[in-house]
Design a protein around this ligand. Structure first.
Ligand code: BES
Ligand code: MN
Ligand code: ZN
Length: 523
């Protein structure tokens, strides 16, 4: 299942007032304090740069008119104004950017959200131009942000309705971004990069939004494998027989309760120039549906566990972006996939499982299934050899409790956790480093096996950290690693906002791409 169509994106450097588009988007800032208080209603609003020629066409009345329509310049606000022939486009759309940063262009994430909010609000308009403020010198980060925001705000999941929806407006099909020089090679490179990255985010949203009866481990593996082959990546798929023969005890155990058998998909990107000598491994949790298994979850909200493969979706989609961007570093990806079901063949609390690296795990709660499949995949990645390992998963409800719906938790080698935080801040996918305390590991001592899967007394204290502490057991000593828990950020259950649509978010695709490029550039 894919989105109805893609969003075309290009640069334009002609006068925005003369563009033959269905709507032209400009930015407005809010003005607070004395500045705003002196000049009445319009005094609370400030046009952002990029809107000059539009403002001129309105004879100096644009700010006042927008203010009359209720514009305050607050972030996320979208106000539409019919132009009645003043400019070529029939509609001007003012998007709020918050207070003007002194002398500088707004932060990239502010622009990304504004572009996304505007493009979402303009669904129904086929062709839209964005005339948003960009800095005079080196606008690459801001341009990238505007492009990504537009492409992600233009995302919509195709869905399953059998009849056309007459009241539903089609997403914007074509976006033009106004820049000083549309022929500039750096600017064009940013657009190409944004298309590759946003394309990956959209694909990962599609996979997450697909109904869980349509995306079970074999079909998910097929979808990832065929997209990867088409992109020129190396592909290896282990089926249930190969997993059993290969000693992947964790993946086999979780997968054995379902009629749809488990898979492990490995994707390989080999840089044409031989790379910089570093190897990166990406690992993503691919539970296509998490009922909890024998330790079954409550019915309330269980449907949302169709998103429990968001980590694998992000990792698979990231590899496609990497195939397009061709960074100078070797990257391998590991996507363990299973459906966690209760049945007569399910694994059970009390089972002892021998994992891929030989360690034995005592199962206490079959709902802690993610760490079972990830332990195997991480150990396999380390056996293949890697310098950096980034793993991402919708692992614990504790992540949402601790950090909320928008902030991922990061555990692992401290320096690498910091690097993940910096990458996340850069791309607008915030992540916060968390510790791996000794007492949490002590609480996971098993009476009978090497480690118990959760706290031996089923104490939920340090819930998110228990996941990290468990996964550490499967990382080789010489590998720098980071576990990114996206239980909250992987899925957006609220109303659309900024460039986030309802459902899968595609987090942390943009962080992973950024990290791979960071390792390619800096080792
Ligand atoms: N997939 C869930 C975690 C989750 C919860 C993701 C909410 C997204 C939103 C995971 O497999 C799980 O069930 N975790 C349990 C672990 C517990 C049984 C140790 C949890 O968080 O309660
Ligand atoms: Mn679970
Ligand atoms: Zn799960």
């Amino acid at each position: 299942m894919t989105s109805p169509r893609t969003t075309n994106l290009s640069l334009v450097d002609t006068d925005p007032a003369e563009l033959a588009v269905d709507a032209i988007v400009i930015g407005v800032h809010s003005q607070t304090g004395e500045q705003g208080a002196t000049s009445g209603l319009a005094g609370t609003l400030l046009l952002a740069s990029g809107a000059e020629s539009i403002a001129a066409a309105f004879d100096g009345k644009l700010t006042e008119t927008l203010a009359l329509l209720g514009a305050t310049g607050g972030p996320g606000e979208v106000i539409k104004l019919a132009t009645l022939g003043t400019v070529t486009a029939p509609l001007v759309t003012a998007v709020g950017l918050g207070p003007e940063p002194s002398g500088a262009a707004p932060a990239p994430e502010t622009l990304r959200r504004a572009a996304g909010a505007a493009i979402r609000a303009l669904a129904g308009a086929p062709k839209v131009a964005l005339a948003l403020p960009l800095p005079d010198a080196d606008a690459s980060a801001e341009l990238r942000a505007v492009a990504e925001g537009a492409l992600l705000g233009g995302y919509r999941f195709a869905g399953y309705k059998t009849r056309p929806q007459p009241t539903r407006r089609e997403p914007v099909a074509e976006v033009l971004i106004a820049v000083p020089d549309a022929g500039d090679a750096d600017a064009q490179a940013e657009v190409a990069r944004a298309q590759a990255v946003a394309g990956a985010v959209r694909l990962s949203r599609d996979w997450v939004n697909t109904a869980p009866n349509e995306l079970r481990p074999p079909s998910f593996a097929d979808a990832v494998a065929s997209a990867a082959r088409e992109a020129g990546l190396g592909v290896e798929v282990l089926d249930e027989a190969a997993l059993a023969a290969g000693g992947y005890g964790g993946i086999v155990a979780v997968g054995q309760g379902s009629e749809a058998p488990p898979r492990l998909v490995k994707l390989t990107y080999t840089p044409q120039d031989g790379g910089n000598g570093k190897r990166v491994a990406l690992v993503g949790k691919g539970i296509t549906f998490d009922t909890g298994g024998i330790s079954i979850k409550p019915a309330q909200g269980m449907w949302e566990m169709k998103s429990d493969m968001a980590g694998a979706a992000a990792v698979g989609a990231t590899m496609l972006a990497i195939a397009a961007l061709k960074p100078s570093v070797a990257v391998s990806a590991y996507l363990p996939m299973a459906e966690n079901m209760p049945s007569g063949t399910s694994y059970r609390p009390g089972d002892v499982i021998t994992m891929f690296n030989g360690k034995r795990v005592e199962v206490l709660n079959t709902d802690a299934e993610g760490r079972m499949i990830l332990g195997d995949a991480i150990a396999r990645a380390c056996a293949d050899g890697t310098d950096y390992l980034f793993e991402t998963s919708t692992l614990t409800g504790g992540q949402v409790i601790a950090l909320g719906k928008r902030m991922a938790g990061v555990m692992g080698t401290p320096e690498l956790c910091d690097r993940v935080k910096v990458a996340g801040d850069t791309v607008g996918e915030p992540a916060w480093p968390m510790p791996l305390p000794d007492d949490v590991r002590k609480g996971m001592e098993s009476e009978v096996a090497d480690i118990s899967q959760v706290n031996a007394g089923m104490d939920r204290a340090g819930h998110m950290l228990q996941g990290g502490v468990f996964l550490r057991e499967f990382v080789a000593d010489d590998v720098a690693w980071a576990h990114i828990d996206i239980a909250g950020p992987g899925y957006h259950s609220g109303e659309p906002t900024g460039y986030l649509t309802k459902g899968g978010t595609g987090v942390p695709v943009r962080t992973l791409v950024q990290l791979v490029e960071d390792v390619a550039a800096n080792g």
